[in-house]
Unconditional design. Sequence first.
Lengths: 225, 289
Amino acid sequence: MFDLDFEPFFISFKLAFYTTSILFILCVPLAWYLARTKSKIKPALEALTALPIVLPPTVIGFYILFALSINSPLGIFFEETFGIKLVFNFTSLVIASCFYSLPFMVQPLQAAIQNLPKSLIEASQICGKNNFQTVLYVVLPNIKPAVIIAIVTTFAHTIGEFGVVLMVGGSIPGETKVASIAIYEFVELLDYESAHIYSFIMISLSFLVLFCVYYFNHLHKAKYD
Amino acid sequence: MISIHIKKLLHGSNGKMPLEVNLEIKKGEFIALTGASGSGKTTLLRIIAGLESIEHGYINVQDKTWINSSSKKNIVPVQKRNIGYLFQDYALFPNMSVLKNLTFAKNDKNFAFSLLEMVGLQELSDKMPASLSGGQKQRVALCRALMNQPKLLLLDEPLSALDLDMRKKLQEDIKTFHEKFNITTIMVSHEPSEIYKLSSRVLLLEQGQIIKDGSAKEVLLKTSGSQKFSFEGELLEIYQADILNIAVVSIGSQLVKVVLDSSQAKELQVGDKVNISTKAFSPTISKSI
């Protein structure tokens, strides 16, 4: 078993790391806006951000493939100006994963900001702090459990991705072949032993990650109660 | 000198109600804003702070315009108004120590310590807010509100969640700070004794309008004519004892019994607001235990 190729795991984790980082930076301002806006388009935006939860991953994958392919305006633009292809490579996986995992980042953050006493945010403004400083020094430190949950579930959800990754990335070894696809291919080849090992590693890692989150929340709660 | 001329439609629990306030405030005044709940006191305070918008009018502070309805945004946003604001729920940042809460407003440790010393809390500077009592929290919040040496201090029922002893202590602190820094102060309060002790001017707000503006004596003392004692209370029960009708009335936190004549007994209903007054020519006063 030691000659087993661990590259798919490495790609899975790299993908999850990039996706989580990008989504965190994008979703903090988005969640801040959604939590505080009184605009009439709020329900529409909320529905839009929640779509990836209900849609089959193949639908998201299909549209992203369609939008980024070399026949699409966007694909042509990137191909001609930067000489980069946007599909069937790692970049396209990151783009697709960002759409796919978006709700897992936005929703916990938005809920937590909405639950934060309004007076805390107002007190920070009265102390002369702008929105950026308020989010950084007051909002995020006081919604730490939600931040951790958002980051971890986004990370885990991206690791567990299958449909979108297969549609957009194909299964190019060393480039877009992630762990979940590798398992699928082992089963297809009737190589159950490798499939077992991969699956067991996935289960162990996932359990460990989730355990850490719940343990942290337990500690955090105990500290403030 | 602050002049406030504003109009805003409020959507309260009793339906729509216009808040319309025209008010001039002199430097150094201590104003108490009082009135039934839903009369627009807190909204007025939040408008002055810049936390809420207005529909018509303007606020000028020392010849500077803070807000004017002809321009869409706050001309001077809340961050730049240099005010102190005390929230009912203290609004201390739970992730920062007492000292950090103060230096977050202005990074001046020496001033922070001197303020904490004035309220007797310098030993708690490293503690987190969660470990403080309500009174301690509000004193820390008061210090934080003063960190940037504001020209205007706004207090939104700051003492309503505290017990009597702690309230007295904080009243002293507020008074001391007001005298020491000569800050123009506006306090929303329901508590007549607090208003009487602290304020130099009282505004009574009803349905979004200022209906009384004067000293605490003029606005709050309910006596008129030769009646020396007059109390407002709520009628709790009317019952018959032999041939008498007796009303039980709650005044403040005390209950009293009053004899009614039969026509009054028919007229009044449980839940009514009533005035009880008596001519008292030589009331006796003694220290209560």
